[in-house]
Write a protein that binds this ligand. Structure first.
Ligand code: CP
Ligand code: NVA
Length: 330
């Protein structure tokens, strides 16, 4: 991956250090929008910025810029991490999460988007349908970033890949087991595997499989890295030799009415200590959070020494700061 264009971090106080990178002005609607090299660039940038911040390097390369954050579903981690990332870059964050702003008044997506782009330099949006995000990106002449849709959560994916690399090293040598709902996170891990060469095994209950079209797109993309992407119902086979064990809520935002029915369908798919014991020695546990302790995962696993959940949450900030740095560049 030597063909990535890494910024000169010794000049981080200048937006010029970020100029000309291949992600300048680009959208991130899903991880597959990136090439393997571009994904490496985002993660490398995050590593460099995280280390610089830890050493007390405080710069504001995007002073005077603004980021618009539209949240049509609840959020804590995404909102706070993007707001703080903007702050650390010197940019101002405008959050539109109430029922009186952004798309809540019946204005068309075109009008809202084309007005917003007169004020802000990037639009970060959490919404339901991927098609609405795509419509925003269609009308916007500024970068649009997916802050979670029903289909994908690429910013969480970036943070998770960064966390796995920090804990376990070379992603292309690892196996990730995702056990649970074939949801936006399952899709995102398949995309992350396709781009990094990581072996991904998704095990869901029957009826909760990932979207077949997305799986096919990931398998096609995996040809460039040789990643093995397995999707089935086999909890034990997923966990066997897994270096990373991940689950997510069984009831995503928007599916709350199905909660009781889902609890019954997902019985047997909980990550508990016995499940972790089936994974590889030294395996870590991850969860994008918020978790429903006692449902998809036990307290014992969430709070175990092998749980990386809080490192994972922290890395939202570093991964998104890197992403915004790169797309806001001229
Ligand atoms: N993981 C995640 O996106 O958390 P929030 O819903 O709190 O933003
Ligand atoms: N699958 C979850 C992820 C939350 C960050 C949801 O969409 O609600």
């Amino acid at each position: 991956m030597s063909d990535t264009v890494l910024p000169d971090w010794s000049k981080l106080d200048s937006a010029a250090a970020l100029a000309g990178n291949p992600l300048a002005g680009r959208d991130l609607l899903r991880l597959l929008d990136l090439s393997p090299q571009e994904l490496h660039l985002v993660l490398s940038t995050a590593v460099a910025q995280k280390a610089a911040w830890a050493q007390g390097v405080v710069t504001a390369p995007y002073a005077g810029k603004a980021v618009g954050i539209i949240l049509e579903k609840p959020s804590m981690r995404t909102r706070v991490s993007f707001e703080v990332a903007a702050s650390r870059l010197g940019a101002h964050a405008v959050v539109m999460s109430d029922s009186n702003s952004a798309f809540s008044r019946g204005e068309t997506v075109k009008d809202t988007t084309q007005v917003l782009e007169r004020f802000v330099d990037t639009i970060i949006i959490r919404t339901f349908a991927q098609s609405k995000l795509e419509e925003v990106a269609h009308w916007a002449r500024i970068p649009v970033i997916n802050a979670l849709t029903d289909s994908f959560h690429p910013c969480q994916g970036l943070a998770d890949l960064l966390t796995i690399a920090e804990h376990k090293g070379d992603l292309s040598t690892l196996k990730l087991a995702y056990v649970g709902d074939g949801n936006n996170m399952a899709h995102t891990y398949l995309e992350g595997g396709a781009l990094t060469g990581m072996h991904i095994h998704i095990a869901t209950p029957p009826g909760f499989e990932p979207d077949e079209t997305i799986v096919a797109e990931c398998r096609a993309a995996a040809a460039q890295t040789g990643a093995l992407l397995e999707v089935d119902h086999d909890f034990a086979a997923a966990l066997a030799n897994a270096d990373v064990v991940i689950t997510d809520t069984w009831t995503s935002m928007g599916s709350e009415a199905e909660h009781d029915e889902r609890l019954a369908a997902f019985a047997g798919y909980q990550i508990d200590a016995a499940a972790m014991a089936q994974a590889a020695a030294g395996a870590i546990f991850m969860h994008c959070l918020p978790a429903h302790r006692g449902e998809e995962v036990t307290d014992e696993v969430m709070d175990a020494p092998f749980s990386a959940i809080y490192d994972e949450a922290e890395n939202r900030l570093h991964a998104q700061k890197a992403l915004v740095s790169l797309v806001l560049a001229q």
